[in-house]
Design a protein around this ligand. Structure first.
Ligand code: UT7
Length: 333
């Protein structure tokens, strides 16, 4: 059986830096509140006319391909994870295919929010294991900033999110002890309404109903933060231990824990529970906020740039978010 390995990672962040102090000018909030509750200090916001969800994904993908020593034409398949597509349909996977100039390879769009990149990785892993494709691009890209309620009414959510993109290139690996060792996917739809954006959608007779633009509870993200937090800490731990047990590892075996960056307090809780030293955990929520599907590939790309991705190291990736969906992937680099 073939394994799949990540042979290149890349990321792209919009240039515009928005600090907590910038948000204080827009709503009743404070740097202290945001920093204490979430760890976030600043985030990036896309620039209209420059950044799109697809083109940020393409930029990240080009870097990942270059680092892998590959050309766009080497790509056999594209998996694109986002909750903030450029169009209602089609999804951005096809735009990346066009922007990369890759003839007619398949492009699949994944909609699993914060877990989207790991879900995408798992799909790509299965295609490689069966021998159907040799080289797959997995992309996570998000533009949240233009859909957030940037008034005091929306502050509980809007201070948390940022824009960005990341990508990974996967290829087949013959050594069974290397590459993606296993992936674990879960969801619990009974909590779908706990963290969501509903409009435009079919929950109304008309997708675009009168008054929709003023219906902020429907068009802006809604979240029961405390309920999400409680479920996140439980599910993160569960899915990490599930991956460890499946492969007969313990927490001591983990060289780097890469958790989805939704709240620094969640990551710190997990680090403490698993008794991991600081150099075996990576957090960047301070700089970028929550970039949902883009977070994990951005982290991987930063680790690569810092030369902290080493052959044979064991990487534990885990995510939790809207759906609820949660997932993990364990990788021997
Ligand atoms: O990406 C998907 C996964 N997402 C997550 O995992 C997020 C999980 N949840 C969280 O990270 C936290 O629940 C939050 C960071 C969202 C909120 O932290 P919290 O400690 O749960 O705060 P809270 O929602 O209980 O709000 C506490 C107070 C409230 O005021 P009262 O009712 O105590 O008077 C809020 O109205 O803070 C108020 N508040 C704010 N104050 C200043 C809410 N947002 C803000 C804000 N600035 N931006």
């Amino acid at each position: 059986m073939l394994q799949s390995k990540i042979v290149g990672v890349g990321h792209y962040l919009p240039e515009r830096v928005v600090t907590n102090y910038d948000l204080v000018n827009l709503m009743d909030t404070s740097d202290e509140w945001i920093r204490e509750r979430s760890g976030i200090e600043e985030r990036r916001f896309a620039t209209f006319g420059v950044d799109t969800t697809a083109n940020m994904g393409t930029k990240a993908a080009r870097i990942a391909l270059e680092r892998a020593g590959l050309e766009p034409d080497d790509v056999d398949f594209i998996v694109f994870a986002t909750l903030s597509p450029d169009y209602y349909f089609p999804g951005p996977g096809v735009t990346v295919q066009k922007e990369l100039g890759i003839k007619t390879v398949g492009a699949l769009d994944v909609r699993n929010q914060c877990s989207g990149f790991i879900y995408g990785l798992s799909v790509a892993d299965q295609f490689i294991k069966t021998g159907m494709y040799k080289t797959i691009l997995v992309i996570g890209s998000e533009i949240h900033s233009n859909g957030l309620d940037m008034t005091t009414r929306g502050r509980a959510v809007s201070v948390l999110f940022g824009d960005g993109a990341g990508a990974a290139v996967l290829q087949a690996e013959e050594d069974p002890s290397k590459g993606i060792l296993s992936t674990h996917l879960h969801s619990q739809g009974e909590f779908a309404d706990v963290l969501c954006v509903k409009a435009p959608g079919n929950f109304k007779e008309k997708k675009f109903y009168e008054g929709m633009l003023e219906d902020f509870d429907m068009i802006a993200p809604q979240m029961d933060g405390q309920l999400v937090f409680k479920n996140a800490v439980t599910r993160f731990a569960e899915v990490i231990y599930e991956a460890l047990e499946t492969n007969n590892f313990t927490t001591d075996d983990i060289d780097m824990l890469v958790t989805h960056q939704a709240n620094l307090r969640i990551s710190q809780f997990l680090q403490k529970k698993m008794q991991l030293p600081d150099d075996r955990v990576y957090n960047n929520i301070m700089k970028y906020g929550n970039t949902t599907a883009a977070t994990i590939p951005i982290v991987l790309s930063e680790l690569w740039e810092q030369k902290r991705i080493k052959p044979n190291d064991l990487y534990m990736l885990a995510a939790f978010g809207s759906g609820f969906t949660w997932a993990s992937a364990i990788i021997r680099w």
